[in-house]
Design a protein around this ligand. Structure first.
Ligand SMILES: [Ca+2]
Ligand SMILES: [Ca+2]
Ligand SMILES: [Ca+2]
Length: 142
């Protein structure tokens, strides 16, 4: 398995493993779970420039990566079967047009407030602590 495929596989596992708290919802949980949390090197994967924080661009890029990793059948949409562990309610909340699939725009753009919600000290960056604490909240809401 190539390095890239190994990374893709691991991110799929992260997406599959992300269970959702209703309070936080689908996108932030997936994105932050992938960006930080239980995978020791996930935060550094998202932190492209290695400055110890995730900025908005890095946050968005990470969501896009998670989307394509999770889209196993490469139809540029996420069906529930590609997001096992996600509750029906969380899925339909994110599925704005109700077609039963999440487009990239629905996945990345549905919740403009996610980043701000995670950015507790409002400095425009997610520190590892901020990302971790959102993940812990999401875990607690399971
Ligand atoms: Ca798909
Ligand atoms: Ca949809
Ligand atoms: Ca911050």
């Amino acid at each position: 398995m190539s390095g890239h495929l190994t990374k893709a596989w691991r991110d799929c596992a992260v997406a599959r493993g992300a269970k959702l708290g209703a309070a936080l919802g689908l996108v932030v949980t997936l994105a932050v779970a992938a960006a930080a949390a239980d995978q020791p090197d996930s935060f550094s994967l998202a932190d492209r420039n290695g400055d110890g924080a995730i900025d908005r661009g890095e946050f968005h890029d990470r969501r896009v990566e998670v989307f394509f990793y999770a889209d196993r059948n490469r139809d540029r949409a996420l069906e529930p079967v590609e997001m096992t562990g996600v509750s029906e309610d969380s899925f339909s909340d994110a599925d704005r047009d109700g077609d039963g699939r999440l487009s990239l725009a629905e996945f990345t753009g549905a919740r403009a407030a996610d980043f701000m919600q995670a950015d507790r000290n409002r400095d425009g960056l997610l520190s590892k602590e901020e990302a971790d604490s959102v993940y812990r909240d999401a875990a607690a809401a399971r």
